[in-house]
Write a protein that binds this ligand. Structure first.
Ligand code: HEM
Ligand SMILES: *[C@@H]1O[C@H](CO)[C@@H](O)[C@H](O)[C@H]1NC(C)=O
Ligand SMILES: *[C@@H]1O[C@H](CO)[C@@H](O)[C@H](O)[C@H]1NC(C)=O
Length: 341
């Protein structure tokens, strides 16, 4: 791994550069799955990293929210059947995709960015690069392009021929899940408490919909945030965005109100103030069961480099989640939305 300071400066330098350039059922852990390698496409598609980076630069430059959309897609891909592009599949007569499952409906976007990257790669090296790998690299670039750390991405995933509609319900954590439940969902994927707290730092970018934070702002927000004199103002604003009526369900607010488009550690500082937007986030610090997680939140709030290093390592670990069925029976899709015919 690169030294702390270079992790940090690489992110900042690249952030500046882009302005100039632009135009499961049986989850196995890393040791039992396929071997992913850094140079997997070295001879078959040497330009993969350049192409993904360029498309992500354009996407993030046109709207920094796109970084959040892609990062979340990768997470929702990996927690359901492993990182196999299953989240990208559209519904067809014979296949029920994951997009319309309750945890994903109205909540996942960014599919057109993946399509665009895939198109470019298909014209450059047809039939070579899996959609699951595209998403993994794109998520890394997304983080980097909004000021986050760089890490090397192991490659060689296969795309699934199936989707896991029901698994979205059992595997994906929800806004109102308690701390223990969230920890157990990460354990199930082979991820530790440390991974969970670091990966939750992804909420330093992106938005949540009212339906996912209404219980929190009309619930224990006041009690967790009593340490911060400015919290009442923030809470009033949230309540106006998210009144207790159904029509406001899709109204959005940034999870990191300090720097919503910057990948930094302010998410953790917000948790220290008790101002976390969604319940599962604030639980990391305020749950009466929070011991280890509380310490980690404090650590990352104080030390952005420690957060960046752990986030990078945990992202590789999350990207390593594989399902042996996918690997054995998988393919490289021609179009990320559809299984090959
Ligand atoms: C720890 C358990 C987690 C829970 C309970 C959780 C829950 C949520 C919820 C409820 C939202 C708002 C979605 C909406 O309202 O449409 C959200 C957004 C988001 N999540 Fe998580 N999440 C978790 C972990 C993660 C992880 C591990 C990542 C990635 C590494 C991630 C990345 C994101 C991103 C980037 C967004 C913003 C998406 C956007 O702007 O549309 N989350 N999450
Ligand atoms: C991820 O998998 C690769 C190869 O499959 C392995 O070399 C690496 O150590 C794994 N990383 C983590 C953090 O699990
Ligand atoms: C959505 O939020 C805006 C404030 O950003 C608010 O004026 C509007 O009333 C909200 N919509 C609903 C249906 O509550």
């Amino acid at each position: 791994m690169a030294s702390s300071s270079s992790l940090y400066s690489k992110g900042l330098i690249l952030h500046g550069l882009i302005l100039a350039i632009c135009t499961s059922l049986s989850i196995l852990h890393a040791s039992e799955g396929p071997t992913l390698t850094l140079d997997y496409y070295k001879s078959t598609c040497p330009t993969i990293l350049e192409i993904v980076r360029k498309e992500m630069e354009c996407a993030v430059l046109s709207d920094p929210r796109n970084a959040a959309l892609i990062l979340r897609l990768h997470f929702h891909d990996c927690f359901v059947q492993g990182c196999d592009g299953s989240v990208l599949l559209d519904d067809t007569i014979t296949l029920r995709g994951e997009k319309k499952a309750p945890n994903n409906r109205n909540a996942l976007k960014g599919f057109r960015i993946v399509d665009r990257i895939k198109n470019r790669l298909e014209s450059e090296c047809p039939g070579i690069v899996s959609c699951a790998d595209i998403l993994t690299v794109a998520a890394r670039d997304a983080v980097l392009l909004v000021g986050g750390p760089y890490w090397d991405v192991p490659l060689g995933r296969k795309d699934s021929k199936t989707a896991g509609y029901a698994l979205t319900e059992t595997n994906l954590p929800k806004a109102d899940d308690g701390l223990i439940f969230i920890i157990s969902k990460f354990f199930y994927q082979g991820l530790s408490v440390t991974d969970m707290v670091a990966l939750s730092g992804a909420h330093t970018i992106g938005m949540a919909r009212c339906v996912n934070f209404r219980n929190r702002i009309y619930g224990d927000f006041t009690s967790t945030s009593s340490v911060n004199p400015l919290s009442q103002q923030y809470l009033n604003k949230l309540k106006s965005i998210c009144p207790p009526i159904k029509g406001s369900d899709n109204n959005e607010s940034a999870m990191d109100y300090v720097s919503p488009n910057l990948f930094d550690n302010s998410y953790y500082q917000i948790l220290l103030r008790g101002d976390g937007l969604i319940n599962s986030d604030q639980e990391l610090y305020s749950s009466f069961l929070a011991m280890e997680t509380k310490k980690l939140v404090s650590k990352y709030a104080e030390n952005p480099i420690a957060f960046f290093e752990q986030f990078s390592e945990s992202m590789v670990k999350m990207g390593n989640i594989t399902n042996p069925d996918t690997y054995a029976n998988g393919e490289v899709r021609k179009i990320c939305r559809f299984v090959n015919t």
